[in-house]
Write a protein that binds this ligand. Sequence first.
Ligand SMILES: Cc1cc2nc3c(=O)[nH]c(=O)nc-3n(C[C@H](O)[C@H](O)[C@H](O)COP(=O)(O)OP(=O)(O)OC[C@H]3O[C@@H](n4cnc5c(N)ncnc54)[C@H](O)[C@@H]3O)c2cc1C
Length: 259
Amino acid sequence: MKVLLVYAHPEPRSLNGSIRDFVVKRLTDAGHEVRVSDLYAMGWKASLDAADSTGWNDDERFEPSRASARAFANGHQSADIAAEQEKLLWADALILQFPLWWFSMPAILKGWVDRVYANGFAYGVGEHSDQRWGNRYGEGNLSGKRAMLIVTTGGWESHYSARGINGPMNDVLFPIQHGILYYPGFDVVPPFVVYRTSKVDEARFEATREALGERLDSLWETAPIPFLPQNGGAYAIPELTLNDDFSAGKTGFGAHVMG
Ligand SMILES: Cc1cc2nc3c(=O)[nH]c(=O)nc-3n(C[C@H](O)[C@H](O)[C@H](O)COP(=O)(O)OP(=O)(O)OC[C@H]3O[C@@H](n4cnc5c(N)ncnc54)[C@H](O)[C@@H]3O)c2cc1C
C-alpha cells in the first residue's frame, strides 16, 4: 500500500520527530511505500493568496474559491499545490501527524489544507440538486482511501474525556476528521493520541511505539469511524439536517456518527 504522511513539527529532535521516524520505518518494514511531506522542512507556504493561481489577472478582485476552481481546471495552480494533490491521488492512505496547538492543527498544516484542497479537487465536486448536494461527506475524489490522525497533546487524557474541561477528544478533532477528511471522501479510522507529552520518558515512549505499531499494522483492517454519509438518506436535502429516524434525540457532533 502507499501511504502519504503529512507531518507538521518545526523540530526534528522533538517527540513528534521521533514518532515520525518510527512511523516511516514501521510502514516501510511492512512493505508499504511511504512518502513524507515534512511541511516545515519544505518551507511550506501556509497562506492562501492570489499567487496560488498563476493564471490570475492581478487587476481582478481576488476570489479564493473561484480562483482555485479556475486554476485547478486550467492547470494554473502553483507547482507546490499540484505536487501535493498528486501525492494525495497516489496514496491509499493519508496520515496527518501534528502536535495539538490551540485545540487544532498547527497553522502550517491548516495552510496545507487550505491550499491543496482546491475547488474541483476536494470540494465543489459533483451534482448539486434536490437529490444530491455534491460528492462530499463520504463521497468525493478521495473516496476509497483511508485517513488517520496522529496527535500529541500537553493535556491529560482525562482533560479530553467525556466530561473533561477541554471537551471530548472526538469533539475537538471533529472539524478535522469529519470536516477535512470525511468531507472529500476519506474513510477515517480512529485517531492515535499521545496525551500529557511532558511525562513521556523512555519507558512511555517504548509503550507508545508498541501501541502505535499495532495501529499501523492494522491500518487497512481497522473499522472507520461510522460517520453518516450525506447522500445516503440520513439527511434532508438541501437543508442537510438529519432526518428524524437517524440519531433520534441526539444533537451536536456525535449525532453525525452512526449508532
Ligand atoms: C502554540 C502551542 C499551543 C498548544 N496548544 C495546546 C492545546 O490546545 N492543547 C494541548 O493539550 N496542548 C497544547 N500544547 C502542547 C503541545 O500539544 C505539546 O507541547 C506537544 O504535543 C508536544 O509534542 P512535541 O513533539 O513538541 O514534544 P517534545 O516537547 O519534543 O517532547 C515531549 C517529551 O517527550 C520526550 N521525548 C521526546 N523525544 C523522545 C524520545 N525519542 N524518546 C523518549 N522521550 C522523548 C521529551 O523529553 C519530552 O519530555 C500547545 C503547545 C504550543 C507550543
